[in-house]
Design a protein around this ligand. Structure first.
Ligand code: FAD
Length: 303
């Protein structure tokens, strides 16, 4: 059996595996795609200490760093089930069962897509998902935020500080965000909220030049000229495979304590798949380190 088996090879998983291996314990990592969401990122400007890097470059260096250590790296493997017996068992899609004294789940999350024409085509060319990451690219420009929940309105308030104008497009007749956020948004001079708006298409040639939506009451089609669209209709954690083994929130996020421990002894979690409030590379790396040290501490107390 492993001492520490990490499931997920994004920033959280890579960090957890390196921290574990540095304790000289038997460490494995399963990753469907090493690097995780980082692979889909163009410019990264907020990994402190690195002024600028790019997603694929960072993903490759995470893997290189992990390879410096004695870590069993199992790529292109999907975990499909976890069970706590004497050891924690993780079953893979290919039927293999791996056993470990501790497991760190770091399977990340994915942004929910709108699924309209132009969204995939203009990803990183005006279509964005993370205001903390990409907001500054739209300084002085007109952007739309699609989604009027908490994350959408937080994004709109955040973007209003850098962008020229922010238009929020909400599908329903009301915003779902907390009223304090709505009030804050309404107090800003450069924001507009359009409700009952169904986004139909993100338009552009090489990059985004506008958004077309249907006014649901009238059925009329409208177009706004703008340079960016932030899609904020939900971040979905990749945790369905855990079923009801560990406690998860209503949103599916794994509940962890300040050592990364879940409700199952010996099972830890880190990164975007957890109920940590903010989802960023540096935060995921930190929580991966925390979970690995938490797992090590658990192990030396439960041998
Ligand atoms: P992930 O990166 O999601 O990694 C999850 C890992 O688990 C992957 O290896 C995946 O293949 C694997 N996995 C999933 N399910 C299974 C399974 N069942 N079995 C085995 N493996 C599995 N953050 C910043 O700080 N700065 C930025 O500039 C930035 N830009 C971003 C731009 C985009 C387009 C996106 C999508 C995100 C961006 N983020 C940015 C957010 C950042 O990428 C995430 O917060 C971070 O990658 C989360 O790390 P993680 O390790 O928790 O999860």
């Amino acid at each position: 059996p492993y001492d520490v088996l990490v499931v997920g090879g994004g920033p959280a998983g890579a960090s957890a595996a390196i921290y574990a291996a540095r304790k000289g314990i038997r460490t494995g990592i399963i990753a469907e795609r090493f690097g995780g969401q980082v692979n889909d990122t163009l410019g990264i400007e907020n990994l402190i200490g690195t002024k600028y890097t790019e997603g694929p470059k960072l993903a490759a260096s995470l893997e290189e760093h992990a390879k410096e250590y004695n870590i069993d790296i199992m790529k292109s493997q999907l975990a499909k089930r976890l069970e706590k017996k004497d050891f924690v068992e993780v079953e893979l899609e290919n039927g293999a069962i791996l056993k470990s004294k501790t497991v760190i789940v770091s399977t990340g999350a994915r942004w929910r897509n709108l699924g309209v024409p132009g969204e995939a085509e203009f990803k990183n060319k005006g279509v964005a998902y993370c205001p903390h990451c990409d907001g500054p690219l739209f300084a002085g420009k007109h952007v739309a935020v699609v989604g009027g929940g908490n994350s959408g309105i937080e994004a709109a308030i955040d973007l209003a500080g850098v962008a020229g104008h922010v238009t929020v497009l909400e599908f329903m007749s009301e915003l779902k965000a907390d009223s304090v956020l709505q009030e804050r948004l309404n107090s800003l001079p450069n924001t507009t909220v359009i409700k009952n708006a169904q986004v139909k298409e993100i338009t552009g040639t090489n990059k985004v030049d506008g958004v077309t939506y249907i006014e649901r009451e009238s059925g009329e089609e409208k177009h706004i000229d703008l340079q960016g669209v932030f899609v904020q209709i939900g971040l979905v954690p990749n945790t369905d495979w855990l079923a009801d083994t560990v406690e998860r929130t209503r949103m599916g996020e794994i509940v962890v304590d300040n050592r990364g421990a879940t409700t199952v002894p010996g099972v830890f979690a880190a990164g975007d798949c957890t109920n940590a409030p903010f989802k960023q590379i540096i935060i995921s790396m930190g929580s991966g380190a925390t979970a690995a040290l938490g797992a090590f501490d658990y192990m030396i107390r439960n041998q």
